[in-house]
Design a protein around this ligand. Sequence first.
Ligand code: BTN
Length: 254
Amino acid sequence: MPAENLIQERASVSIDGWSIHEFASLPSTNPVAGALPAWHAVRADIQTGGRGRTGRTWISDAGGLWLSAVLPAPGPRKKWSILPLGAGWAVIEALRGIGIDGLRLRWPNDILAGHRKLAGLLVEQYQPETVVIGVGINIANRPDALESSLVGRTIDVKELAGRTVALQEIVRLTLGAFRRLQNLVEQDRFAEIVTDINTRWGETRPVQLSLNSRPEPLNGYFRGVDPEGRLSFTDDGGTPHTLEASQVALLREI
Ligand code: BTN
């Protein structure tokens, strides 16, 4: 098949008020979704240039879910800055719908089972009044077969559920959870899920925090987030810090 045919849309389906555009292959689903209106979503079987947070590459091999959803985000931008935090929670909620529980979050929105990564999110804004949530979930794929540094560090839905789960079911649950999250933020009801989010960080862990404003990272303990989505951190000297997500370049569990 000529390369240009691979980026032709294969199908468009409507589920629960979403229009989902399906592709065999895309470089990345996020920018394609970024050109679409709210309540559209883009899914590709594989991504040839999948992108992770902080400029990393995201291995997007066949059998995984690579999906970008466009949510309406009207009004002040600050109101929606909480969305990336809520997006991780929404994916965990979606996966509960197929019987997977016990997942945890790693700030801001990595989804893990123990120390193994199941899913990641890349939230981007391409247009003033919409936000794109890009989600990658390992379903029945093998990213570690393509990238040896991932051996033992990833897990997938098939292993956690102990069965094969239809991709379309996970798409439906995930988009439904994103819609509920959008409603909560629009109605200024984020505080209702903060306790649940804080439970999902798991036990208090030592972390290394890199801030945008200082060259030296801080060592200490991540304590969770407050109802405005600010990160709560106590450094090794016992000094508490409350930080906006935009101030934090990287949080590494150590
Ligand atoms: C991360 O954990 O670093 C974020 C990974 C985000 C991957 C998803 S897959 C769908 C969307 N398209 C991309 O290129 N990235 C996101």
